[in-house]
Design a protein around this ligand. Structure first.
Ligand SMILES: [Zn+2]
Length: 178
């Protein structure tokens, strides 16, 4: 039986998440205007429920993010956040945004634990790139494999069910000794 990785951590409220989103958007805008010729990549975990960070999620982020970075060429700068709303990273990349978006979608779709990652790609020239501009299959639900958007919209799965699945993935892929 696998224990939950969500038993520790500082519960976050909706206003914490909204405030953090505002800070993220502001930083992204600043980076896009500071690095006019470059691509900005924003990476975070997609974790349902009030616990967004703790030692387990920190370790999960660090390991998977390291794998992601190895797929990205020409990184020229990097900013890391490790805060109660979660771990996030921002990369400045000397490569066109479409190429990087393609790599990001592939990572989200096929890398081990890539499904837990949200990777946004943007640039001053192209704006925010959307998955729908690429001929790639939509993201799949962690639990049932249906399109993830459908399950999120209909709240098909409870937070407890999603946390149990993530704990299980953690034990299988990161550390079985939790
Ligand atoms: Zn589902």
């Amino acid at each position: 039986m696998i224990d939950s990785i969500f038993t520790v951590g500082e519960p976050q409220f909706i206003e914490d998440v909204i405030n953090n989103k505002d800070k993220r958007v502001a930083l992204q805008q600043q980076l896009m205007s500071q690095y006019l010729e470059y691509t900005v990549v924003a990476v975070k975990l997609n974790i349902p429920g009030p616990i967004k960070n703790n030692q387990y999620l920190e370790k999960l982020f660090a390991l998977v993010y390291k794998d992601f970075k190895q797929t990205i060429p020409k990184i020229i700068d990097e900013i890391n956040w490790n805060i109660n709303t979660g771990n996030e990273a921002f990369l400045i990349v000397d490569e066109n945004a479409r190429t990087i978006k393609q790599l990001a979608i592939e990572f989200e779709n096929y890398a081990t634990l890539g499904r837990l990652f949200d990777i946004d790609v943007m640039s001053h020239q192209s704006g925010h790139l959307s998955r729908s501009n690429f001929d790639m299959e939509p993201r799949k639900c962690l639990i049932c494999g249906r399109p993830a958007k459908e399950c999120a919209r209909s709240r098909r799965h409870s937070v407890a069910e999603l946390q149990a699945k993530i704990s299980c993935l953690y034990a299988e892929n990161i550390d079985g000794d939790i």
